[in-house]
Design a protein around this ligand. Structure first.
Ligand SMILES: Nc1ncnc2c1ncn2[C@@H]1O[C@H](COP(=O)(O)OP(=O)(O)OP(=O)(O)O)[C@@H](O)[C@H]1O
Length: 232
């Protein structure tokens, strides 16, 4: 469904991603792991068109998407959960969700999608008219996830969604991701929290200093010496 093929990027004269190749098949949950500064968010920027590529390609269903940007990608069926949530802070929860819905071009009516979102996130139902920046960190994380889902995307791309959440909330959050995946969504989960991310993923990639150092199924990743040494 999504393929990065030999992607290279740089910040000015400094090379960052160096020949990164990854595939995410339809219906898979794939994680991209890596320590601080490895280039995880840079990968997110490269595939969302926020950073020009020096080389390589990003394709979705075979179509070159490297320069499309998040809005056009949303219309193609990709929901994004950016690092730090990036909610519209002074807008209400409903307004945040509506913006996500409008960007998606979803054909199902907003109120119908909202019902499903409320079933999935009951606390959001109670807080539809609350200003986003007055929500707790955990609630904001759920709103960002709901905003990515409300347009019924085929695929979710999430950049460090567990950042700043307490261990209990991280568990709850990942349980929700598992449910979303079980309902048929393809998921690319970019995470520093390797143990939890791997525990729910079909496959994974480890990025180190801008290169893919390890890739494999969950079992292969869990057995890998580099990963064991770094995380487990
Ligand atoms: N706009 C920028 N200009 C220059 N260098 C940048 C820029 N953005 C990121 N970098 C550098 O690129 C490297 C990779 O950053 P990136 O944000 O992709 O890392 P990351 O793997 O997401 O790390 P973290 O888990 O800490 O968020 C870092 O050394 C960072 O300082």
């Amino acid at each position: 469904m999504l393929e990065l093929s030999n992607v290279s990027t740089s910040y000015g004269p400094v090379a960052m991603l160096r020949g990164v190749s990854m595939t995410i098949g339809k219906g898979e949950l794939v994680c991209l792991l890596g320590p601080n500064g490895a280039g995880k968010s840079t990968t997110f920027k490269a595939l969302t068109g926020l950073l020009p590529l020096d080389g390589g390609a990003v394709r979705m269903m075979g179509r070159d998407i490297a320069r499309l940007g998040t809005e056009k990608l949303a219309a193609l069926g990709v929901g994004f959960v950016p690092e730090g949530r990036r909610l519209f802070p002074t807008l209400t929860v409903r307004e945040n969700l509506k913006l996500g819905y409008d960007a998606s071009g979803c054909a199902i009516p907003f109120e119908t999608r909202l019902e499903l979102i409320h079933d999935m996130f009951p606390r959001i139902r109670e807080r539809m008219n609350q200003q986003a920046n007055t929500m707790s960190g955990g609630e904001q994380a759920m709103v960002a996830l709901a905003r990515a889902l409300i347009g019924d995307p085929e695929m979710l791309v999430m950049d460090e969604p567990s950042l700043g959440l307490s261990p209990k909330l991280i568990d709850e959050y990942f349980e929700t991701v598992v449910r979303i995946h079980a309902e048929g969504k393809t998921v690319l989960l970019i995470e520093q929290n390797a143990e939890t991310a791997l525990s729910i993923s079909d496959r994974g990639y480890l990025l180190v200093r801008g290169r893919i150092a390890v890739s494999g199924t969950r079992a292969e990743m869990l057995r890998d010496d580099t990963i064991r040494h770094m995380y487990l």
